[in-house]
Design a protein around this ligand. Sequence first.
Ligand code: ASP
Length: 330
Amino acid sequence: MTSPNDSSPRTYPDGSDAFPHHNLLDIAGLQPWEIEYLLDEAEQWVDLNRQSSKHDDRLAGLTVINAFFENSTRTLLSFEIAGKRLGADVVNMHAAQSSIKKGETLIDTAVTLNAMRADAIVIRHGSSGAVQLIADKVDCPVLNAGDGSHEHPTQALLDGLTIRRRKGNISGQTVTICGDILHSRVARSNIICLRTLGAIVRVVGPPSLLPAAIKELDVEVYTDFDAALKGCDVAMMLRLQNERMQGQFIPSPTEYHHLYGLTEERLEKAGGDILVMHPGPMNRGVEIVSSIADDPERSTITEQVEMGVAMRMACLDILTRRSRNVEGWT
Ligand code: ASP
């Protein structure tokens, strides 16, 4: 990972080196200034999305395929709205998770999508690495909308945008990520993104849900939620990813709530001005209580959804600039 202190210059005289990647598969491959460039570009779309007329036709004539092999509400809708607001023809392909497996079938699907001459393909898949596998087989840019417990780069970018807008900057903020770190691609992408941009990251959860190698990601590890909350600026709550659990990882949701649920008492005890985030979907009463989740002063949950559309518009715009022959993007 790039050191947070790496302050390479962010000068893009002709824009050509601003984002030198063909795909957006993970945060791990991005330099700090590339992440900041993506966040900067999203700001214009936040503004447009707040107008009554939300159209920009720069992707007119292009086809974006959303290929989702795993369930999604906000990510799929968000990519669909993002593509449509930019004028693209957007097609959604839903595939039951159980019917398609890694290997030949997935490669065949990739070859089929490629033959349809998509201009960008957005993929969600239940297996870590599956999106890379497809990206290797297609010509157009591929955007990872979540692969197994590996990465969910646009989620980390939209979360970064939300933090930056609320707190003014990301560097120097202390962010506590709480819950099922082991199975969460949101946690992984956020840890890498936040550390790359110079935030201090704490992770907290039951020992059974903390990966053994978590320290390699340069985070502070806690099992005591109150200690992890004390003095932090942002609390990012995660859902228990039951669909990825094989076996029993927690005694019960009630017990989990008792130790790791974000409650009024806990937030008050931690003190300070803690911003509460959650990528959704929430399990109310398990990792977070409704009175906090529904309070827009303290919680950014709906703002994160709003930032998601803007962030995905920025990603689709940037990744199609080469095929659109935008000046400076060769
Ligand atoms: N929506 C996020 C994801 O796809 C988080 C979650 O499902 O809990 O990973």
